[in-house]
Design a protein around this ligand. Sequence first.
Ligand SMILES: Cc1cc2nc3c(=O)[nH]c(=O)nc-3n(C[C@H](O)[C@H](O)[C@H](O)COP(=O)(O)OP(=O)(O)OC[C@H]3O[C@@H](n4cnc5c(N)ncnc54)[C@H](O)[C@@H]3O)c2cc1C
Length: 372
Amino acid sequence: MDLGVDIEHPPPTNDLIIDSNGPLDPAAQRSIQAALSLAINVAQDSCADTPLLHLLRSSLSSSLSDQHLLHLASQLIHSLDAPLGIPVENFHDARRFHWEKPLQGSDAVVKGGYATLLNAVWDDAVRTGKVSVLHEHTCVSVSTKDPVKCIVSTQRGQLESKVVVCTAPLATLPSIQFQPPLPQHKQEAITDTKTGLLEKLIFTYSERWWSGDANPSFTLLPTTNSQHTPKEILLSHVLNVQTFSHPSLLIYLPPGAIRALAMYSKQDVQRAGAEVLAERLPRVAGVAHAASTPLAAHLTTWKKDSTSNGATTTYTTPQQLHALQAPSTDGRLGFAGEHTEIHNHGSVNGAVMSGFREAHRVSEYLSRRASE
Ligand SMILES: Cc1cc2nc3c(=O)[nH]c(=O)nc-3n(C[C@H](O)[C@H](O)[C@H](O)COP(=O)(O)OP(=O)(O)OC[C@H]3O[C@@H](n4cnc5c(N)ncnc54)[C@H](O)[C@@H]3O)c2cc1C
């Protein structure tokens, strides 16, 4: 389907790992990155009910004899916290780590921002004349008790249909009352499947003031154990920092930092983030110091947003995702969203694929019913 939206494939990034003394020596960086990649492969192939951290550490110990490199590599393990959405030490069963089939295709960035794509999808659907979009209608209950019609109650009224596909994210499903109640195994999957924590802290600047090659990314290793201020909280975690073609920097906040920062104001966190970047990233020679003062900052708050309550599914199993995907009430109540796609959960493509899957299923269901 061509929605007329332009995308660009970001060029490969060159990561620079920075410890308390500045950027690592390239040979040291290569050694610890190679050792961690190997450790991740070992953990991925492991069939043991063992904590992930234990597997990663023991693999690092066998491949790195230099104690300083081993220390740095052990710190680098926590660069996985942000993408996993939970701290590695909470990954108690390594069998839940990276069991998914790898994604086919490649990442791309939507020109004009992600909203451009969403608007194009809406416009395309609305143009068919078969779709109406109701904004600010929070669903509070779904009843499929009647043998023919489904009733969706929102805070603004009721809607009736032959079939319902519920696309509310996993962490908001408990706020919706289903009548009759969902099957026990589905309720358990909703309660037991974890939603990860991930937030973004974004800064824009008047010009690029950090050095590195054309498209660098940075991994900041911890420099303190103390967590008395927002700045110390950031400095005590591994921070993955992304750069762009425009002068902006993005810190992926790991779950441990998000929890510890929750008691501080947005402004305090943004100020601390800007200071950490200004102090720790290598600078382009000759660029004024003031350039590292951001023009604007933004901190996402998906955890506090009642329409998401966090990021996406993590630390999950195929069985849980199958239970989350399964339609109920003879197929009249379906479920879509990233949390219902087995191998692509936690991603936009998973959410899109789940939409196609449910559209196909509902279409077959309605044809079958029409012919009865
Ligand atoms: C920080 C971060 C970075 C990410 N980066 C990437 C990335 O680079 N690439 C990638 O592929 N994926 C990424 N993801 C994951 C991706 O954003 C999600 O997997 C995807 O958006 C999930 O889509 P969804 O439709 O399942 O849920 P959502 O996008 O959460 O949509 C659910 C909708 O339901 C609405 N809703 C909630 N409750 C109710 C209710 N009771 N009644 C009515 N409506 C309700 C919400 O308002 C929302 O509009 C990232 C996620 C995060 C948090």
